[in-house]
Design a protein around this ligand. Structure first.
Ligand SMILES: CCCCCCCCCCCCC[C@H](O)CC(=O)SCCNC(=O)CCNC(=O)[C@H](O)C(C)(C)COP(=O)(O)OP(=O)(O)OC[C@H]1O[C@@H](n2cnc3c(N)ncnc32)[C@H](O)[C@@H]1OP(=O)(O)O
Ligand SMILES: NC(=O)c1ccc[n+]([C@@H]2O[C@H](COP(=O)([O-])OP(=O)(O)OC[C@H]3O[C@@H](n4cnc5c(N)ncnc54)[C@H](O)[C@@H]3O)[C@@H](O)[C@H]2O)c1
Length: 725
């Protein structure tokens, strides 16, 4: 609702819809009623609009967009109503003014913001555009370049920047409401015409058309298949070409296009999924609602390689004092140098720089080779080589050295958490915290509980994720956990497609066109082919421990491709060696070009193994890679490793470059339709009966059989008997 109150000459309208004062139908109605009351009351000379609980408004109620009777065009007319008021209207912006919230403020004649407030038009991140005349008012207020930037990226800007842009008239450090009322009293009787943004011309930019062409090219480059940024651009361009009313009509048309697009639904699903996974639960009954985290006042990171460096950087940025430990002085110095470089770069991006991060202070960041310095830390993150024996040795040592309450975390990508925990005297405090590379950049933190992990340990790891500004997703323990386990069949299919006749660049292209940031072969080259090779050797799938006489393309009766092993045997580890699935300009180079050597090698390989080369179309590439990944997702859900499809989707969007506008793999499956996914898997598994990843999971079959229920109902079809729940 919105609460109307009349004090002296200034009427106050307070938007009220906890927790973020989203603009629901009821709030809009009350806002309209309040405006009309103020207009009709001759003793009211001005109006002030603010939000309850220190937040102006987070914009339209997003849930309303999928409601049968949509929020509709109600907000735009209300913003116009505010602007056309004959009494000055002042917005008092505290906390956030986002989306429709900011559009309401743009309708006001004056805007006062608290110095800590944030403003933005983030509709683009939900697959929409500002649909309450914001694309027409904002360029008139702050100019086309700044408005385009805000509207096409959806970024939130701090009040200080808003003041510089002219988005707000005043910022205050103390009481925003009092300051807004003061301003309202001051401007009573002043002409309002110049304050009505709809009446202002759009400020000119020299050579506007050339500027717009360049801006459009940039927007298209960055959108990678997402529709909303380009339509946001079109709406702002309309402001430069047409009068206000016509621009508003165009904005509405474009809004409708987006609203009915599958992309908006996917992005809104992703918004709520990210919030839903915070409410974690385990099959044993532990949950976010009852488990309390313990404080992390001091942490430690063991191993300063690729991952450890990023993890240290993340902890420093989160202001958590820590000890960084390496195995010897040589590696310590190498690690320290790399960490310092990362921190300096991060500091440069931050306001206040190195002083804010304070990483030169040994009380906050200490480098050592001495395990004794870990005695008083509250949490340790181990990031040494992916080797079970080494990890167990470290955890055994930690359980002897660290204080009793300390949480022991492992960054393993796939190894068994229970086995690592078995080396300690406190398995309840052992947990997987799986960061993604680069660890200071990637938002995902996969949190893996073992058989004995306590609810407190899970809650503490989740709290750590929040402190590091990451998305924590709690999952159960299995080989590869959720993310990597689903990735195995996907990568496997990509390699099988090469065996059968495709090329790395063709497979990558199809998946990049789908929206992945990077295709599977470019990804392997980036991560290093040697990482998987080492793991396959440890599993006895290749290398000296492979029993003599094992067929080249079969392991344990299933199809196996030795192609990645053969590349590694030839020293082709990817970017680091200048060649892998692609050729690079030099070792460490980043520009991938198709390598004639590899194409020749593939053709010889097919000849050697009697494989008939065939043309593989884009549909088959896409379906075999994606549907095998999705199929594994259904198996994971059935085993109770994740408590819902949202978890898998949040993991894929935030850790594996899955295009957010497709909602995540499980959401994507729901849009394709489960009977179709099933039919395709059946077709491919008939053609490749020796590939278990293509055999449809029982849970997928069940969901298809019960009539393809909506995603939010899937878990209710999981019978107690078939899951570990
Ligand atoms: C029918 C024919 C009509 C034709 C005419 C066409 C014209 C139609 C015109 C329509 C009007 C358009 C209006 C406008 O342009 C569109 C919008 O405003 S879209 C919304 C834009 N706003 C946002 O994107 C902000 C989203 N929220 C956030 O970024 C964050 O929540 C926050 C506000 C920064 C706060 O962050 P945190 O403190 O971390 O808190 P949470 O994120 O956990 O949020 C707490 C809680 O609130 C829920 N929530 C947040 N924002 C909204 C929202 N806008 N609507 C609904 N719910 C919201 C969030 O989900 C959390 O709840 P939980 O999920 O945990 O239950
Ligand atoms: N690289 C990735 O993309 C990635 C992603 C997610 C998870 N992981 C996992 O993170 C862990 C680390 O991977 P990485 O890529 O950073 O490895 P890395 O080889 O780059 O670094 C490992 C570091 O551990 C150090 N180390 C080894 N033994 C040690 C000991 N006894 N004491 C202290 N330090 C020791 C090494 O000197 C080295 O610096 C692995 O478990 C890996 O599976 C890696």
């Amino acid at each position: 609702m919105a609460q109307y109150a009349r004090g002296s000459a200034v009427a106050v309208i307070r938007l009220r819809n906890p927790p973020v004062n989203a603009l629901s139908r009821a709030v809009l109605q009350a806002l309209e009623d309040g405006l009309k009351k103020a207009d009709a009351d001759p003793s009211v000379k001005a109006v002030m609009i603010c939000g309850e609980n220190g937040k102006f408004s987070a914009g339209a109620d997003i849930r309303g967009f999928s409601a049968p009777k949509r929020l509709g065009g109600a907000l735009g007319p209300i913003v116009s109503l505010i602007e056309s008021s004959e009494k000055p209207v002042v917005a008092a912006i505290e906390g956030v003014a986002l989306g429709g919230g900011l559009e309401v403020a743009l309708g006001c004649h004056y805007r006062v913001a608290h110095v800590k407030a944030r403003m933005g038009l983030p509709e683009v991140t939900l697959g929409l555009l500002p649909g309450a005349e914001g694309t027409q008012r904002l360029p008139r207020l702050i100019g086309v370049p700044a408005a385009l930037d805000m509207i096409t990226t959806g970024k939130h800007i701090p009040a200080t920047e808003a003041l510089k842009l002219g988005l707000v008239d005043e910022i205050v450090e103390e009481n925003t409401i009092e300051a807004a009322i003061r301003l309202a009293n001051k401007v009573i009787g002043q002409p309002l015409g110049p304050r009505r943004l709809s009446l202002k011309p759009v400020p000119k930019v020299p050579n506007m058309e050339a500027f717009l062409d360049e801006a459009l090219a940039k927007v298209k480059r960055q959108a990678r298949g997402c529709l909303a940024p380009e339509l946001c651009f079109q709406a702002v361009r309309a402001a430069t070409r047409s009068p206000f009313a016509e621009g508003v009509r165009r904005e509405r048309e474009l809004f409708q296009v987006l609203l009915s697009s599958g992309q908006a639904q996917a992005l809104q699903y992703a918004f709520f999924a990210e919030r839903a996974v915070r409410r974690w639960a385990t099959p044993g009954g532990a949950s976010w609602s009852s488990a309390a985290p313990q404080p992390v006042r001091r942490a430690a990171v063991i191993g300063l390689g690729t991952m450890g460096r990023g993890i240290v950087t993340s902890l420093v940025k989160a202001n958590i004092p820590l000890v960084a430990l390496e195995q010897d002085l040589e590696n310590l110095n190498k690690g320290r140098k790399a960490v310092m470089l990362l921190l300096e770069r991060e500091a440069m991006k931050m306001e206040g720089g190195a002083q804010v991060l304070d990483f030169h202070n040994p009380a906050r960041l200490q480098f050592t080779v001495d395990f004794d310095l870990l005695r008083d830390v509250d949490l340790v993150i181990e990031a040494v080589f992916e080797n079970m024996a080494l990890k167990k040795e470290i955890f055994h040592k930690l359980s002897k050295i660290c204080k009793p309450g300390a949480l022991l975390c492992t960054n393993t990508s796939a190894l068994n958490i229970d086995e690592i925990a078995s080396a300690t005297n406190r398995p309840q405090q052992v947990i997987g915290t799986h960061f993604f590379s680069p660890a200071h950049v990637m938002r995902l933190l996969e949190i893996i509980y073992g058989r004995h992990t306590s609810p407190t340990a899970i809650a503490t790891a989740m709290q750590l994720a929040t402190a590091l500004k990451k998305v924590g997703v709690v999952v159960g323990n299995c080989f590869g956990f959720v993310g990597n386990r689903m990735m195995f069949p996907y990568v496997q299919q990509a390699v099988f497609l090469l065996e059968e006749g495709s090329r790395p660049d063709a497979v990558d292209q199809v998946l990049e066109d789908f929206g992945f940031k990077i295709g599977p072969f470019r990804m392997s080259d980036l991560a290093g082919l040697d990482v998987g090779w080492r793991s396959r050797k440890d599993q006895g799938l290749t290398g000296p421990s492979l029993p003599a006489g094992t067929p080249a393309r079969q392991r344990h009766g299933q199809r196996y491709s030795p192609l990645p092993d053969l590349l590694c045997e030839r020293g082709r580890f990817g970017q680091k060696t200048g060649k892998g699935w692609y050729l690079y300009e030099k070792a460490g180079g980043r520009t991938a070009t198709p390598d004639p050597w590899l194409l020749n090698f593939l053709s010889q390989y097919r000849d050697t193994h009697g494989i008939r080369t065939r043309f593989i179309d884009q549909e088959e590439i896409l379906e075999r890679c994606l549907f095998s990944l999705i199929n594994e997702g259904f198996a994971i859900l059935a085993e109770g490793i994740a408590s819902g499809p949202e978890h898998l989707d949040v993991i894929y969007i935030n850790g594996y470059g899955w295009p957010k506008h497709r909602g995540g793999p499980m959401f994507y499956a729901s849009t394709v339709g489960l009977p179709r996914v099933l039919a395709k898997l059946q077709k491919y598994s008939e053609a490749h009966p020796d590939v278990p990843g293509l055999q449809p999971s029982a849970f997928l079959k069940k969901l298809a059989a019960v009539g393809n229920p909506p995603l939010k109902e899937w878990m209710s079809y999981l019978s107690q008997q078939s899951s570990k729940l």
